[in-house]
Design a protein around this ligand. Sequence first.
Ligand SMILES: [Zn+2]
Ligand SMILES: [Zn+2]
Length: 101
Amino acid sequence: MARYKFVCRSCKFECISSIGREVGLHSSRVAMVCKSCSTIDAYTVAHPGSINTEISRAPVCTSCHSSNHLSEWDGLTCPHCNTSMRALGGDVDAEKPFKYW
Ligand SMILES: [Zn+2]
Ligand SMILES: [Zn+2]
């Protein structure tokens, strides 16, 4: 799953994230935004009916440890000021071996 650097021109917020979701066998990696912490990160979301209990729980924010404020990120909207962010350059992992965690 390619990751890109995003920059907000309005509030200077920067993050590195993938866009959309990478669908796996039992779970997906989904770019999600926490409305409470204004952070963007990739989370593992289990598919409905998954038998893997490790990942069948709802994803929780890495900052506030709550799932209440997480929603799928549209790959565009700045979580701080709600203007459109821009992707800078190409895949940030292209030069390095890909690591999941
Ligand atoms: Zn912004
Ligand atoms: Zn949070």
